[in-house]
Design a protein around this ligand. Structure first.
Ligand SMILES: Cc1cc2nc3c(=O)[nH]c(=O)nc-3n(C[C@H](O)[C@H](O)[C@H](O)COP(=O)(O)O)c2cc1C
Ligand code: SF4
Length: 659
């Protein structure tokens, strides 16, 4: 196969031969427990099977009540559950795919009253301590896994994935961090690994020899008291002997203080840890995390680091990833930019997972782009995220679309975002949408802001002109040392060595990261990343090297909410950790008095002081840019708030689906 020969090699699992090396990684979509969830899940997975993923893993389902992750039941333990699930494997099989059900027992990571674990040791990221399991409960839990696997077979699944990574129950048994038992299930590693090995053995016995058993092993724990690399190899060998067909990998416990899937993580950053396992076992081994482009997947396979690659979020961003890669159509692939905004962050706000750059993800039964019967002439004004999304869908549906952009390039605020270390991949989204416009025959007119009169000749006008940064009313705001965030991020102005940032939303944090002039290699190169975050070559943790601080930065905000509270739930901590490490000072509850030669004069809790600064950068929100009247407003032009690419792209697609 030209382009990606290793990726499109069949893989013989003994029981079945998979057509390629692409596994769709497990993602809890938030649909699992909804009344209309199964139909939507069936459509969601069917689309990914049609797109060429060789093996799909569902999101995690608990084999019993105690193992549920949250108050909503995402459980798979009864004949009714098996009956309810039937449409999912059926839909996948209709499209020639294979699907396994993930069995995940949350252990101490559950958010409810009934959580259990090998020992009553509270997790730092959960409010409640678990109850220690009795020996009888341990036996019963193993039986529950086996029963759930047999039911998965009844439901039509091709197999199960047993979740043994990321700090969930099985990992809690393996690590001394969480297993303090002195009975037959605790103590030396041979006893701690009995629980996961016994689960695999009993699942094999219950589900039969022709059932796929994937075991997701923690290739790196990244916590104190986790397993050493030698321990992990020993676990892998026992799991293989117990009857697993495939060894998938997971990286880091959820409580680890090292990013494992955020934008700060380079592509394919952890493949080296998978290699160690591949060398130790005979069953195929799957590499995971931040594999988002076919060339990354191909390089991992070609280097012999793994036999297969897991793509989770990449499959949200583009369900046809595999099919496009097979054709060598790299420019046609919508790349996951690891923002987590519409996928993992949604879990924490109780919304179904979707994708910023592909708003159809998770909405397969609701948001469909149907060819038009009557072609309209549509003007889209603004080539930022909202305009790009709207113009691409409208043109693909068959409308005659003209996209006007007043700047000399497409992308809008994405062009600023791509300059932040770790956010370079925003450039991928701009290129991808530009390519879709080109293929759909949309006209793109750059350096042009049309007048209302010029829009008169179109059947529909879509106003996606974005935002204008807000300039707060502070005495001295016109001082020459004051700059807007766009001036700094675009490189039009340089900040001096002492900086005050007014505003601590997403942009304030982005600007601070940009100003650190951090060596962005740590976000691009796996070795530099490991060094930056203190991961030793054997997977153990070491002390972080203090960075060389080049700028003295103070961030200020009027509100008294926690620092960075508007940042993504699953990524904000990474930014806060990076800034703290670089000595960035943060102040809240600030009243601004004035800006002058000395810096920013403030009052906090009744006390006046001056924040010395040679550059003051305003990141104080934005207003909708609406100089054009009439038409459909979408994105920032409709509502500014925090810059919100997720809403912008969704509104663009939803409007275009109806025009
Ligand atoms: C929305 C979402 C839900 C997830 N749910 C699960 C899950 O239920 N079980 C699991 O093993 N991993 C889960 N993961 C982790 C993914 O399987 C994967 O390890 C992670 O996203 C990194 O891989 P990627 O860079 O290919 O996305 C989830 C990830 C996301 C984004
Ligand atoms: S929302 Fe962001 S991280 Fe999630 S799949 Fe889409 S691009 Fe990737």
């Amino acid at each position: 196969m030209p382009g990606y020969p290793n990726l499109f090699q069949p893989l013989d699992l003994g029981l079945v031969t998979l057509p390629n090396r692409i596994l769709m990684g497990s993602m809890h979509t938030g649909l699992e427990a909804r009344p209309d969830g199964i139909g939507r899940l069936a459509a969601f997975y069917a689309e990914r099977a049609r797109g060429g993923a060789a093996l799909i893993v569902t999101g995690g389902f608990s084999p019993n009540d105690a193992g549920n992750l949250g108050p909503h039941r995402a459980q798979f333990s009864s004949i009714e559950d098996a009956e309810r699930h039937r449409p999912v494997p059926e839909a996948v099989h209709r499209h020639g795919g294979r699907i396994v059900l993930q069995l995940l027992h949350s252990g101490r990571y559950g958010f409810h009253e009934r959580i259990v674990a090998p020992s009553a040791v509270k997790s730092p990221i959960n409010p409640q301590a678990p109850r220690e399991m009795t020996a009888t409960e341990i036996e019963r839990t193993i039986a529950d896994f086996a029963a759930a696997a047999a039911l998965a077979r009844e439901a039509g699944y091709d197999g199960v994935e047993i979740m043994g990574s990321e700090g969930y129950l099985l990992t809690q048994f393996l690590a001394v961090r969480t297993n303090r038992r002195t009975d037959a299930w605790g103590g030396p590693l041979e006893r701690r690994l009995r629980f996961p090995a016994e689960i695999v053995r009993r699942v094999r016995a219950a589900a039969g020899s022709d059932f796929i058993i994937v075991y997701r092993i923690s290739a790196l724990d990244l916590v104190e008291g986790g397993l050493s690399s030698a321990d992990i190899v020993q676990v892998a060998r026992s799991i293989e002997s117990a009857g697993a067909s495939l060894l998938n990998t997971g990286i880091g416990w959820h409580e680890a203080r090292i990013p494992t899937i955020a934008q700060a993580v380079p592509r394919g950053a952890f493949a080296w840890a998978t290699r160690r396992l591949k060398e130790a076992v005979r069953i195929p081994v799957v590499a995971s995390n931040r594999i988002n482009a076919p060339e990354v997947a191909e390089a991992i396979l070609a280097a012999g680091d793994a036999d297969m690659v897991s793509l989770a979020r990449a499959m949200l961003a583009d369900p046809a990833f595999a099919e496009k890669a097979k054709k060598g159509d790299r420019a046609g692939i919508n790349i996951c930019i690891a923002c987590n905004q519409a996928c993992l962050d949604h879990y924490f706000i109780g919304q179904p997972a979707s994708c910023v750059v592909n708003p159809r993800a998770g909405r397969e039964t609701k948001l469909n782009y149907v060819s038009v019967l009557r072609k309209k002439r549509i003007a889209v004004v603004g080539g930022g995220p909202a305009g790009l999304s709207c113009a691409a869908v409208a043109a693909e549906r068959g409308h005659e679309v003209t996209l006007f952009e007043r700047a000399g390039e497409l992308g809008g605020q994405f062009n600023l975002a791509k300059r932040i270390p770790g956010k370079q991949e925003f450039a991928e989204s701009i290129a991808y949408y530009a390519e879709r416009l080109r293929r759909a025959g949309a006209a793109v007119v750059l350096n042009k802001a049309p007048t209302a009169h010029e829009l008169g000749g179109f059947d529909e006008a879509v106003i996606a002109t974005g935002i204008d940064p807000r300039r707060p009313d502070i005495p001295g705001i016109d001082h020459p040392k004051v700059a807007g965030y766009a001036e700094i991020l675009s490189g039009a102005r340089q900040a001096g060595p002492e900086v005050a940032i007014l505003g601590m939303g997403g942009i304030g944090f982005d600007v601070a990261l940009y100003l650190l002039e951090r060596d962005s290699r740590a976000t691009l190169d796996p070795e530099a990343f490991a060094e930056h975050w203190g991961i030793a070559p054997d997977g153990s943790l070491r002390d972080l090297v203090p960075p060389e601080v080049k700028k003295k930065i103070t961030m200020l905000k009027r509100s008294t909410t926690p620092f960075g509270h508007s940042l993504g739930r699953t990524t904000g901590w990474v930014h806060r950790a990076e800034l703290a490490r670089n000595g960035v000072r943060m102040l809240k509850g600030v009243s601004y008095r004035r800006i002058d030669d000395a810096g920013v004069h403030i009052n906090v809790e009744g006390r006046d002081s001056v924040v010395p600064a040679d550059t003051v950068i305003v990141c104080a929100g934005q207003e909708p840019r609406r100089e054009l009247k009439g038409g459909h407003y979408i994105g920032g032009a409709r509502e500014a708030g925090e810059l919100d690419a997720k809403r912008a792209m969704l509104e663009g697609a939803q409007l275009a689906a109806q025009l």
